[in-house]
Design a protein around this ligand. Structure first.
Ligand SMILES: [Zn+2]
Length: 62
């Protein structure tokens, strides 16, 4: 029962704090960044960073 409670608590925390996932690492260790325009998550290596903002594509960076 303790494990169940912990799982529920983790889910609750995730639900209460959705923004925390925006800049968190994925399971495979690749850093994901959210596009400032459409909020799509792209790997850091594929993201376009302009003026301190992150974009998923060239189109959105313009
Ligand atoms: Zn975008």
């Amino acid at each position: 029962m303790l494990l169940l409670g912990w799982s529920a608590f983790s889910l609750f925390k995730k639900f209460m704090n959705p923004d925390a996932s925006k800049f968190s690492n994925t399971k495979n260790g690749k850093k994901m960044l959210a596009c400032s325009v459409c909020d799509t998550h792209v790997p850091e290596s594929d993201a376009i960073i302009k003026n301190g903002k992150t974009f998923c594509s060239k189109e959105h960076s313009e």
